[in-house]
Design a protein around this ligand. Structure first.
Ligand code: ADP
Ligand code: MG
Length: 774
């Protein structure tokens, strides 16, 4: 069966090429006739349906006469063949693309050694470039191109430039410099003049410099009054003086020692000629048509050997699209598998929710209402929810999570909320317990710092269903924790967790609904590709009355003015955070540094106020006590490390001073700043530290100019790149050969909708495609 599909694919491709290129010529495309007949016979051999089909037999007979048919007869035959073949399987009908086409895993698995000029030695060198098979080679795209269409004459070379030119070798010699360097010199001439070429310490090249041969040379031009000299960086012998051969847009590959550009170019050209056509088209024809993409073989030829810049652009576009398409079709498949999974329909009476709404101290923003509607709708449906709730810091995601959790309890199930830090889990627990106790909902906290006994008690209660909601850190995903009937999992600050953790918590229920919250505003495009299997809801407004946090860089000499400003604000009743410089290497040193700062501030600067201290080395119990005192304004100034970076919510704190700003990343700074500006009071963020590095200056500039997390995330992406932000190792997804998430955003979006549409049309593809991504 699979074989027949393979044959049909091959044939469809062949036919397509033939139609495009040669159908009306006397000659036909690359041995088309012979291939056509042999594939048809192979199909007949394999498939009973075709053996008994007289109509098909006739077509085979006709095909054997292909060479003597006229253009229109040929076209007619090909049309008939296409129809018959397309009818072989229903998935072929509309797209013209058999099922297996949606996999990019098909390879021309032939070793590169099948190419002329590639022996075992060269094969090893090629392997260093990651090239083993002919397909690898075909997909080894140039790193840049050189326009050699208008080569300069020797008398036109410009001093200081790197130029490429052609000439005849007149003379060469090896010299020794006084310092012991060997210098290889040669003279090259064209009709316009002569130029001296030099190589340093490369005497071994001498044997290649045969007199009267023509050379194409690239190098840096130096001129003095007497002569023009070129320090050669690359050269090749032109055995073939056919101008078209070297006067072209020439691909330059990233290479390795022992493999020169010329050789790479030659074997790639050979691979394209011999195998390019055999590489089956891997994008659906309807997509190619709609997007006006080059087909695969045309694009391959062009990306390596472009005729001009605009066709090159077309070829690049085709491959960028291809890369994104396979990413997205994998995500679409994964999503389809997940969302079609039977889940829990939450069909409670809604009494709990009504009750909760009537006690809400504020009205939800329009944005919050909108995302809430989607979430509740998802929860009511009998399928699994996988939804990401994205919203800038302070946009009010917690309340939405809380309502969703209540919805689960209202329907008679258990819910779980996982947060990345103990401080945050604790804060969620305290807030939710306070409000939900009144409604008769039992909430419990599960962190790793509980005593063994406490933990066991709580785990038992969870298992027996005596607890409605469990809030905790990753302690929740420990094996021992079992739920009675978990139906909703919420993960706060999702980007802090890995994918594995997400799925572990999911495994604890019977296909529970999953809601992930993220405050790190990932640009939409990145969210689409990273979490493309999730539905996306965005809260795009802040609660009413929020003012942007005024952000300012302060030089060291103004330090005391800042302290004075903090004092004044505290006199008005506000509170402040002072964030210590980041020490990434060591917790202990970080803790020591923070302690020193706190002591100094308490003694020397704010003796009349209460200065608190919080860092990673403080026990959980103590942390809790400190956060409670800060919340209750018993502490006015909290000296902190990044333990407060995510989620912490003390609305009365309106000032933040960040020390050593140069040590923090942009996203991190935005998160930290998000701790203030959480009420209607005007808030301030002061940045101090050294701005010696360009990057630090850039970060500070962006931070001072906007409070918009989405803009900041875009900028961060520009500065650091997605690999750096998300760790390329973790996200094999983000390693593209040619596509670029930042510059090719519009193609990504098109590929995404193309892939999703494709899967909607042919849902049966999902099974094949979900393996495309990890
Ligand atoms: P984040 O999205 O960063 O998790 P939170 O959920 O912690 O933000 O909300 C920040 C603050 O805004 C909290 O004090 C919360 O009670 C408050 N809040 C949330 N929604 C609203 C609203 N619609 N109106 C007024 N305040 C709100
Ligand atoms: Mg939050």
């Amino acid at each position: 069966m699979a074989n027949t599909f393979q044959f049909i694919q091959d044939l469809m491709n062949l036919i397509r090429q033939e139609e495009e290129l040669c159908c009306n010529n006397a000659a036909c495309f690359g041995g088309f006739h012979a291939k056509l007949v042999s594939i048809l016979l192979a199909i007949v051999k394999l498939e009973q349906t075709f053996q008994t089909d007289a109509n098909f037999q006739n077509l085979v007979l006709e095909a054997q006469k292909y060479q003597i048919l006229s253009g229109s007869e040929r076209q007619e035959l090909l049309n008939k063949l296409k129809t018959v073949l397309a009818n072989f399987d229903p998935t072929l009908k509309n797209s013209g693309i058999p099922v297996a086409y949606t996999s990019n895993k098909q390879k021309i698995n032939l070793s590169v050694q099948y190419l002329k000029g590639v022996g075992p030695k060269k094969a090893i060198l090629l392997e260093r470039l990651g090239i083993r098979t002919i397909e690898d080679l075909l997909y080894f795209f140039p790193k840049r191109y050189e326009d050699r269409r208008n080569l300069k004459k020797i008398n036109q070379l410009t001093a200081g430039e790197t130029e490429t030119f052609v000439g005849r070798l007149i003379y060469s010699e090896i010299l020794q410099s006084k310092k012991g360097m060997t210098i290889l010199k040669a003279v090259l001439a064209d009709q316009s003049g002569q130029v001296e070429l030099v190589w340093f310490n490369q005497a071994f090249l001498k044997s290649k410099l045969v007199k009267d041969n023509f050379f194409l040379v690239t190098g840096k031009v130096k001129k003095n009054i007497f002569e023009t000299q070129v320090v050669v960086s690359d050269f090749e012998i032109l055995n073939n003086l056919d101008e078209a051969f070297y006067r072209s847009i020439t691909p330059i590959y990233s290479s390795t020692e022992g493999l020169n550009q010329k050789l790479l170019r030659e074997i790639i050209s050979q691979a394209i000629q011999c195998y390019g056509g055999a590489l089956p088209e891997n994008l659906p024809q309807e997509v190619i048509d709609r997007e006006k993409l080059f087909n695969r073989s045309q694009a391959l030829q062009t990306i390596h050997f472009p005729d001009n810049w605009s066709t090159l652009e077309q070829a690049r576009k085709r491959f960028i699209y291809e890369e994104f398409f396979f990413l997205e079709i994998g995500l679409a498949a994964k999503k389809q598998v997940v969302t079609r999974r039977k889940g829990i329909a939450h069909l409670g009476k809604g009494r709990l929710l009504q009750n909760f709404y009537s006690h809400l101290p504020f009205t939800l923003t329009k944005s919050q209402q909108k995302v809430l509607r989607s979430i509740l709708k998802d929860m009511e449906s009998p399928y699994c929810m996988s939804r990401m709730l994205q919203g800038d810091v302070g946009s009010g995601k917690t309340i939405i999570a809380e309502i969703a959790l209540l919805k689960a309890v209202d329907a008679g199930f258990q819910g779980a909320l996982m947060a990345p830090t103990e401080i945050l889990a604790e804060q969620h627990f305290l807030n939710m317990e306070k409000t939900l106790k009144l409604l008769g909902v039992t909430v419990t906290l599960l962190t790793s710092s509980l005593t063994k006994k406490e933990k066991e008690e709580r785990i038992t209660a969870i298992k027996e269903g005596k607890v409605d909601l469990v809030i905790g850190t990753h302690a929740i995903i420990q094996e021992k924790v079992l739920f009675k009937n978990l139906s909703l999992v919420v993960i706060d600050e999702q980007h802090r967790f890995g994918v594995i953790q997400r799925s572990k918590l999911q495994e604890k229920g019977m296909n529970p609904d999953v809601l992930v919250l993220t405050a790190t505003p990932i640009p939409r495009t990145l969210a689409l590709s990273l979490y493309g299997d999730l539905d996306l809801s965005i809260i795009d407004e802040l609660p009413p009355g929020r003012k942007p946090v005024l952000t300012k860089y302060i030089t060291e000499d103004k330090r005391h003015q800042v302290y004075q400003f903090i004092k004044n604000e505290i006199d008005k009743g506000r509170q402040a955070y002072i964030v210590c410089p980041l020490v990434e290497e060591s917790d202990v040193i970080q803790a020591e540094a923070a302690t020193k700062i706190a002591q100094y501030l308490q003694k020397e600067v704010f003796p009349e106020l209460k200065v608190g201290l919080i860092h990673g080395r403080i026990s959980t119990l103590e942390k809790e006590a400190i956060m409670t005192s800060f919340r209750d304004n018993l502490i006015q100034i909290l000296v902190a490390t990044t333990v407060i970076e995510v989620g912490v919510n003390v609305p009365n704190a309106t000032i933040m001073l960040i020390e050593g700003v140069e040590r923090f990343g942009l996203a991190q700074l935005h998160q930290l700043r998000g701790r203030v500006g959480r009420s209607n009071h005007k808030s301030y963020c002061f940045l101090m530290g050294s701005l010696q590095s360009k990057e630090a200056r850039a970060r500070v500039k962006i931070l001072c100019s906007t409070n918009d997390g989405f803009k900041i995330a875009e900028e961060d992406l520009h500065i650091r790149g997605p690999g750096e932000i998300f760790g390329t190792k973790q996200h094999g997804l983000l390693q593209f050969k040619i596509a670029n998430l930042i510059t090719d955003v519009d193609i990504l979006e098109r590929a995404r909708s193309g892939a999703f549409a494709m899967l909607a049309k042919y849902p049966q593809l999902a099974k094949q495609c979900k393996n495309l991504i990890i």
